[in-house]
Write a protein of this length. Structure first.
Ligand code: 5RP
Length: 220
Protein backbone atom coordinates (compact mmCIF):
# COMPACT_ATOMS: atom_id res chain seq x y z
CA UNK A 1 0.00 0.00 0.00
CA UNK A 2 1.52 3.34 -1.00
CA UNK A 3 1.56 6.17 1.52
CA UNK A 4 0.50 9.73 0.81
CA UNK A 5 2.99 12.58 1.14
CA UNK A 6 1.20 13.62 4.32
CA UNK A 7 1.59 10.11 5.78
CA UNK A 8 5.31 10.10 4.88
CA UNK A 9 5.69 13.42 6.73
CA UNK A 10 3.96 11.91 9.77
CA UNK A 11 6.36 8.93 9.67
CA UNK A 12 9.51 11.06 9.65
CA UNK A 13 8.08 13.46 12.23
CA UNK A 14 7.67 10.52 14.59
CA UNK A 15 11.05 9.01 13.66
CA UNK A 16 12.80 12.23 14.68
CA UNK A 17 11.81 11.64 18.31
CA UNK A 18 14.70 9.15 18.62
CA UNK A 19 17.11 12.12 18.36
CA UNK A 20 15.51 14.02 21.23
CA UNK A 21 16.88 13.45 24.73
CA UNK A 22 14.58 14.10 27.71
CA UNK A 23 15.67 17.06 29.82
CA UNK A 24 17.35 18.87 26.89
CA UNK A 25 16.28 21.84 24.81
CA UNK A 26 15.45 21.00 21.20
CA UNK A 27 15.76 23.28 18.17
CA UNK A 28 12.60 23.23 16.08
CA UNK A 29 12.25 24.31 12.45
CA UNK A 30 9.23 25.26 10.38
CA UNK A 31 6.85 23.70 7.89
CA UNK A 32 4.26 21.00 7.43
CA UNK A 33 6.76 18.20 8.19
CA UNK A 34 7.93 19.95 11.35
CA UNK A 35 4.29 20.35 12.36
CA UNK A 36 4.14 16.54 12.41
CA UNK A 37 7.25 16.43 14.59
CA UNK A 38 5.79 18.99 17.02
CA UNK A 39 2.58 16.96 17.26
CA UNK A 40 4.57 13.74 17.83
CA UNK A 41 6.71 15.42 20.48
CA UNK A 42 3.68 16.69 22.36
CA UNK A 43 1.95 13.31 22.16
CA UNK A 44 5.09 11.36 23.15
CA UNK A 45 5.24 12.62 26.72
CA UNK A 46 9.04 13.08 26.27
CA UNK A 47 9.88 15.61 28.97
CA UNK A 48 12.05 18.11 27.09
CA UNK A 49 13.23 21.18 28.97
CA UNK A 50 11.90 23.33 26.15
CA UNK A 51 12.36 24.31 22.54
CA UNK A 52 13.95 27.10 20.54
CA UNK A 53 11.73 27.88 17.59
CA UNK A 54 12.56 29.16 14.12
CA UNK A 55 9.23 30.87 13.42
CA UNK A 56 6.11 32.44 14.84
CA UNK A 57 4.19 29.56 13.25
CA UNK A 58 6.11 26.83 15.14
CA UNK A 59 6.13 28.87 18.36
CA UNK A 60 2.36 29.18 18.31
CA UNK A 61 1.89 25.47 17.60
CA UNK A 62 4.24 24.41 20.39
CA UNK A 63 2.74 26.78 22.95
CA UNK A 64 -0.75 25.54 22.10
CA UNK A 65 0.46 21.99 22.80
CA UNK A 66 2.10 22.90 26.11
CA UNK A 67 5.74 22.89 24.95
CA UNK A 68 7.84 25.61 26.59
CA UNK A 69 9.48 27.92 24.06
CA UNK A 70 12.72 29.76 24.81
CA UNK A 71 14.40 32.61 22.92
CA UNK A 72 17.51 31.74 20.90
CA UNK A 73 19.47 34.17 23.07
CA UNK A 74 18.68 32.14 26.19
CA UNK A 75 20.79 29.16 25.07
CA UNK A 76 24.43 28.78 24.10
CA UNK A 77 24.01 25.52 22.23
CA UNK A 78 21.46 22.87 21.34
CA UNK A 79 22.11 19.13 21.04
CA UNK A 80 19.83 18.84 18.04
CA UNK A 81 17.86 20.90 15.52
CA UNK A 82 14.98 19.20 13.68
CA UNK A 83 13.75 20.76 10.44
CA UNK A 84 12.39 19.98 6.99
CA UNK A 85 13.75 20.96 3.59
CA UNK A 86 12.54 21.87 0.14
CA UNK A 87 15.43 19.94 -1.41
CA UNK A 88 18.26 17.85 -0.01
CA UNK A 89 21.17 16.27 -1.89
CA UNK A 90 23.08 13.12 -0.99
CA UNK A 91 25.68 15.10 0.98
CA UNK A 92 23.05 16.77 3.18
CA UNK A 93 23.16 20.19 1.48
CA UNK A 94 19.67 21.68 1.42
CA UNK A 95 17.47 24.34 -0.11
CA UNK A 96 15.14 25.78 2.51
CA UNK A 97 12.81 28.73 2.88
CA UNK A 98 9.65 27.57 1.15
CA UNK A 99 7.90 28.69 4.32
CA UNK A 100 9.84 31.99 4.38
CA UNK A 101 11.49 31.13 7.72
CA UNK A 102 15.03 30.57 6.38
CA UNK A 103 16.86 33.26 8.36
CA UNK A 104 15.66 32.13 11.76
CA UNK A 105 16.11 28.52 10.66
CA UNK A 106 19.76 29.17 9.89
CA UNK A 107 20.24 30.99 13.20
CA UNK A 108 18.79 28.13 15.23
CA UNK A 109 20.57 25.49 13.12
CA UNK A 110 23.84 27.28 13.82
CA UNK A 111 23.31 26.79 17.57
CA UNK A 112 22.91 23.05 17.14
CA UNK A 113 25.48 20.29 17.32
CA UNK A 114 23.41 18.14 14.97
CA UNK A 115 20.92 18.99 12.19
CA UNK A 116 18.33 16.27 11.66
CA UNK A 117 16.46 16.86 8.41
CA UNK A 118 13.04 15.25 8.08
CA UNK A 119 11.63 14.99 4.58
CA UNK A 120 9.55 12.87 2.28
CA UNK A 121 11.36 11.21 -0.61
CA UNK A 122 10.23 13.83 -3.16
CA UNK A 123 12.77 16.22 -1.59
CA UNK A 124 15.88 14.13 -2.42
CA UNK A 125 17.66 15.48 -5.54
CA UNK A 126 21.01 14.84 -7.26
CA UNK A 127 21.74 18.59 -7.65
CA UNK A 128 20.06 21.51 -5.84
CA UNK A 129 18.19 24.09 -7.88
CA UNK A 130 15.01 22.61 -9.33
CA UNK A 131 13.00 24.06 -6.43
CA UNK A 132 12.95 27.88 -6.72
CA UNK A 133 15.66 29.10 -4.35
CA UNK A 134 14.29 31.40 -1.60
CA UNK A 135 16.46 34.41 -0.76
CA UNK A 136 15.44 36.79 2.03
CA UNK A 137 16.30 40.37 1.09
CA UNK A 138 16.10 43.92 2.42
CA UNK A 139 13.29 45.43 0.31
CA UNK A 140 15.34 48.35 -1.12
CA UNK A 141 17.88 45.87 -2.54
CA UNK A 142 15.39 43.46 -4.14
CA UNK A 143 15.62 44.82 -7.71
CA UNK A 144 19.43 44.92 -7.73
CA UNK A 145 19.66 41.37 -6.33
CA UNK A 146 17.21 40.17 -8.99
CA UNK A 147 19.51 41.73 -11.65
CA UNK A 148 22.50 39.90 -10.19
CA UNK A 149 20.65 36.57 -10.51
CA UNK A 150 19.65 37.49 -14.07
CA UNK A 151 23.35 37.94 -14.84
CA UNK A 152 23.81 34.31 -13.73
CA UNK A 153 21.07 33.25 -16.19
CA UNK A 154 18.43 32.81 -13.46
CA UNK A 155 15.07 34.51 -12.89
CA UNK A 156 14.21 36.00 -9.49
CA UNK A 157 10.63 36.93 -8.65
CA UNK A 158 9.32 38.63 -5.55
CA UNK A 159 7.06 36.37 -3.46
CA UNK A 160 3.83 38.34 -3.58
CA UNK A 161 2.20 39.37 -0.34
CA UNK A 162 4.91 37.87 1.88
CA UNK A 163 6.67 39.78 4.64
CA UNK A 164 9.00 37.59 6.71
CA UNK A 165 9.08 37.39 10.52
CA UNK A 166 12.01 39.84 10.17
CA UNK A 167 10.07 42.41 8.11
CA UNK A 168 11.89 41.54 4.87
CA UNK A 169 10.94 40.15 1.45
CA UNK A 170 11.56 36.84 -0.32
CA UNK A 171 12.89 36.42 -3.85
CA UNK A 172 12.29 33.00 -5.42
CA UNK A 173 14.99 32.19 -7.95
CA UNK A 174 14.40 29.78 -10.82
CA UNK A 175 16.87 28.39 -13.33
CA UNK A 176 19.82 27.61 -11.04
CA UNK A 177 21.92 24.46 -10.88
CA UNK A 178 23.83 24.67 -7.62
CA UNK A 179 26.75 22.33 -8.18
CA UNK A 180 28.95 23.82 -5.42
CA UNK A 181 26.48 24.67 -2.61
CA UNK A 182 29.12 25.87 -0.14
CA UNK A 183 30.75 28.33 -2.56
CA UNK A 184 27.35 29.51 -3.84
CA UNK A 185 26.06 30.15 -0.31
CA UNK A 186 29.19 32.07 0.67
CA UNK A 187 29.08 34.19 -2.51
CA UNK A 188 25.39 35.17 -2.50
CA UNK A 189 25.45 35.87 1.25
CA UNK A 190 27.89 38.70 0.53
CA UNK A 191 25.70 40.56 -1.92
CA UNK A 192 24.53 43.82 -0.33
CA UNK A 193 20.93 43.52 0.84
CA UNK A 194 20.88 39.72 1.04
CA UNK A 195 19.75 38.75 4.53
CA UNK A 196 19.97 35.00 4.00
CA UNK A 197 20.24 32.72 0.99
CA UNK A 198 18.20 29.53 1.30
CA UNK A 199 21.15 27.21 0.57
CA UNK A 200 22.12 25.38 3.76
CA UNK A 201 25.60 24.07 3.03
CA UNK A 202 27.60 25.42 5.95
CA UNK A 203 24.73 24.23 8.18
CA UNK A 204 24.02 21.10 6.20
CA UNK A 205 22.12 18.11 7.59
CA UNK A 206 24.11 15.69 9.72
CA UNK A 207 21.31 13.15 9.34
CA UNK A 208 18.37 12.95 6.95
CA UNK A 209 15.32 10.88 7.84
CA UNK A 210 13.70 10.29 4.48
CA UNK A 211 10.12 9.03 4.32
CA UNK A 212 9.82 6.45 1.53
CA UNK A 213 7.28 3.86 0.43
CA UNK A 214 9.56 1.27 2.07
CA UNK A 215 9.66 3.16 5.38
CA UNK A 216 12.05 5.69 6.93
CA UNK A 217 15.56 5.64 5.46
CA UNK A 218 18.46 7.28 7.28
CA UNK A 219 20.86 9.11 4.96
CA UNK A 220 24.07 11.20 5.17
C1 5RP B 1 10.47 26.71 5.79
C2 5RP B 1 11.29 25.57 5.31
C3 5RP B 1 10.67 24.22 5.35
O1 5RP B 1 11.48 23.38 6.09
C4 5RP B 1 10.53 23.71 3.95
O2 5RP B 1 9.80 24.64 3.18
C5 5RP B 1 9.82 22.35 3.91
O3 5RP B 1 8.50 22.52 4.29
P1 5RP B 1 7.46 21.32 4.31
O4 5RP B 1 7.84 20.44 5.44
O5 5RP B 1 6.13 22.01 4.53
O6 5RP B 1 7.52 20.61 2.98
O7 5RP B 1 12.41 25.69 4.91
O8 5RP B 1 11.12 27.93 5.60
Amino acid sequence: MSLTQDELKTLVGQAALQYVTPGTIVGVGTGSTVDKFIDALAASGLAVAGAVSSSVRSTERMKALGIRVLEAGEVTSLPVYIDGADEIDHAGHMVKGGGAALTREKIVADLAERFVCIADESKLVPVLGAFPLPVEVIPMAAAQIARRFAALGAQATLRAGVVTDNGCQILDVRGLQITDPKAFEADVNQWPGVVTVGVFARNRASVCLLGTAAGVKTLV
